[in-house]
Design a protein around this ligand. Structure first.
Ligand SMILES: *Cc1c(COP(=O)(O)O)cnc(C)c1O
Length: 348
């Protein structure tokens, strides 16, 4: 039977006998060999496809624990700020737990699929006329003033639950990969991976940290470019964050692992999205493809060693944001429903 994070990895998580047994069967996502892309890059490449979680992103790994602990601690509602995926996940687990969920979003900058999810799961959606960073300040205020449980990555249980992804990778490969390449927004996930590898290493289940490569969108790259982004802008809305909450932890993860931060522009991200889908049959949302774009960039610059084992984390599902792709191609016009017309097309 499928089991969620709290059952599969409960012994490594802060679970008590009062923690509710919450689960949507999150986690246990496939580590898919990217056979074709890997060959092109001359590396052994895998995708940890976390877009196959129940709400379509890795956020479910931490959210299940955050909401379970909120229930255990007597919270009667949850609140979050979100670029989209956190709200979808919070709304789903709050629905499952039977408590209300409030989500504060930057108006106009949340992918349609994610917004639809939050509404479907019954969250109270509050778009604000400002960006994510301001939304987070307001959500924190809700937590302080009204005792709502805040389930953004400032909630320590989120990162604890997210460690499970690193454990799954090690359990499957028998060790850590040589490199871990992933998109960075608020920098919680890269920090969680670091903590997860450290912890597994302390149990003798992997050999230290992989080289961690955190990839940001060049219009929203405070860590990669070392300056402030008061008005972050990128097609990869899930990493459109100017002031990463976990910046310090993430910098440490990267430097301790001998890794690096990298910036890729929107064109490179969208090209990577098409390449990943077109070569290896996996459709991931734009933010998720920043890692692949980063690998392509390193390859072009001659900075990608051959033959190493790399895991790139595909953080979210492409179906969440079809508009990122469709709005950039010319419309596909219908043709006459005649065999002669089709025949010509099929032969071309
Ligand atoms: C949240 C999210 C990210 C960024 O993760 P951080 O922990 O904020 O760095 C990347 N991709 C997707 C799809 C996300 O939902």
């Amino acid at each position: 039977m499928a089991q969620g994070i709290l059952r599969r990895y409960g012994e490594h998580l802060p679970i008590t006998d009062r923690t509710p047994d919450l689960s949507l069967c999150e986690g246990s996502t496939p580590l898919i060999p990217l056979i074709n892309l890997g060959r092109e890059l001359s590396v052994e490449l895998y995708a940890k496809f976390d877009g196959l979680n129940p709400t379509g992103s890795f956020k479910d790994r931490g959210m299940v624990l955050a909401v379970a602990k909120a229930l255990e601690e007597g919270a009667r509602s949850v609140v979050c700020a979100s670029t989209g995926n956190t709200s979808a996940s919070a709304a789903a687990y709050a629905a499952r737990a039977g408590i209300p969920c409030f989500v504060v979003l930057p108006a106009g900058n949340v992918a349609m699929g994610k917004l639809a999810q939050a509404i479907a799961y019954g969250a109270k959606v509050v778009p604000i006329e400002d960006n994510f960073d301001v939304a987070l300040d307001l959500a924190r205020k809700g937590a302080e003033e009204m005792g709502m449980a805040i389930v953004n990555s400032v909630n320590p249980y989120r990162l604890m639950g997210q460690r499970s992804a690193s454990w799954e990778i090690c359990d499957e490969l028998g060790d850590r990969p040589d490199w871990l390449v992933l998109p960075v927004g608020n920098a919680g996930n890269i920090s969680a991976y670091r903590e997860g590898f450290d912890y597994y290493s302390s149990l003798g289940r992997c050999s230290g940290l992989p080289r961690m490569v955190g990839v940001q969108a060049s219009g929203s790259a405070p860590l990669a470019l070392g300056r402030e982004f008061p008005e972050p802008e990128t097609v990869a809305t899930a990493i459109r964050i100017g002031r990463p909450v976990n910046a310090e932890k993430a910098k440490k993860a990267v430097s301790d692992s001998g890794g690096t931060f990298l910036a890729v522009d929107d064109d490179e991200i969208l090209k990577a999205q098409r390449l990943l889908a077109g070569r290896d049959g996996i459709f991931a949302e734009p933010a998720s493809c920043a890692g692949v774009a980063g690998l392509m960039k390193l390859k072009e610059q001659g900075e990608l060693p051959e033959g190493i084992r790399i895991v790139t984390v595909l953080t979210g599902n492409g179906l969440k944001d079809p508009d990122a792709l469709l709005s950039r191609i010319s419309p596909i016009e219908p043709v006459k429903a005649q065999w002669s017309v089709l025949e010509e097309i099929f032969r071309s």
